[in-house]
Design a binder for this molecule. Structure first.
Ligand SMILES: C[S@@+](CC[C@H](N)C(=O)[O-])C[C@H]1O[C@@H](n2cnc3c(N)ncnc32)[C@H](O)[C@@H]1O
Length: 244
């Protein structure tokens, strides 16, 4: 399925790529690639602070568990851990399991204050194969990460997230209409060869899923999965998936 969804236009279908972001490349023994990956994660944390994403995403997440006493929350693809830190700061009794598939990111988060936080557990976890019991969490949240996965794996995240948590919250880049998308890409492309964060940003943009793609992925993940979509275009795309 195209990233723009089953009915994507011809132009939209051209605006996608199978090329991997630095973050998704295997860096074993490659110090230069590892440095680029660390620089992307630092830039994500920095932009999240400057543009208020960590706070906005934490608010969306906490609204979803407002009626749950002592909610157990699973963060997938945590990267730097800033969203989990905000959840723990803002909620007095939430327990947060902070995870990522990338061992270096998990090690860095575990070495931070989160590693010794009394209500946090930091561990490696693949969002497509959750090491968690059915309904173990009130909420699973996957921020700015869903586009990293190709369609089959993305549908698997929806199936797994809604199995292990009552609600799966996906927050990701919006996929603009194709002409606007071209403009966005044109502004980013000149810096992509020199700034790792922009390099990954261009690929992220080409891999972002449209609302219709998210609906199709939810249907593919399981007939009992409902998906509610909010935002998009100029704000992050928010998807809430639950089993009936
Ligand atoms: C762009 S970063 C987002 C980091 C952070 N959530 C944020 O909002 O800034 C994407 C993250 O998804 C993680 N990731 C990619 N594939 C994953 C998977 N299958 N399971 C869990 N995390 C994954 C990457 O390791 C990376 O840390």
């Amino acid at each position: 399925m195209p990233r723009g969804g089953p009915d994507a236009s011809c132009l939209d279908r051209l605006l996608e790529t199978d090329r991997l972001e630095y973050l998704d490349r295997e860096s074993a023994g490659d110090e230069d690639l590892e440095a680029r990956k660390r620089s992307v994660v630092r830039a994500l944390d920095w932009t999240g602070q400057v543009f208020g994403h960590h706070e906005k995403f934490a608010k969306v997440a906490l609204d979803e568990v407002a009626d749950v006493a002592d909610p157990k929350i699973l963060e997938l693809g945590a990267g730097h851990g800033a969203l989990s830190r905000k959840l723990l700061d803002w909620h007095p009794s939430a327990q947060v399991t902070v995870t990522d598939v990338e061992p270096a990111s998990v090690a860095a988060i575990a070495a931070s204050d989160l590693g010794s936080h009394p209500r946090a557990v930091v561990r490696e976890m693949d969002a497509t194969a959750l090491d968690a019991a059915d309904g173990e969490f009130a909420l699973a949240v996957f921020a700015l990460s869903f586009h990293h996965l190709p369609p089959d794996a993305a549908a698997q995240v929806m199936a797994e997230g809604t199995r292990a948590a009552d609600t799966l919250l996906i927050i990701d880049l919006p996929r603009p209409p194709a002409p606007l998308h071209l403009v966005r890409l044109a502004t980013m492309l000149p810096l992509a060869p020199v700034i790792p964060f922009v390099h990954d940003g261009v690929i992220s943009s080409l891999r972002a899923y449209s609302p219709s793609a998210l609906r199709a992925l939810a249907a593919h993940a399981g007939p009992s999965i409902d998906i509610e979509l909010r935002g998009g275009l100029f704000s992050p795309q928010v998807a809430l998936a639950r089993r009936r």
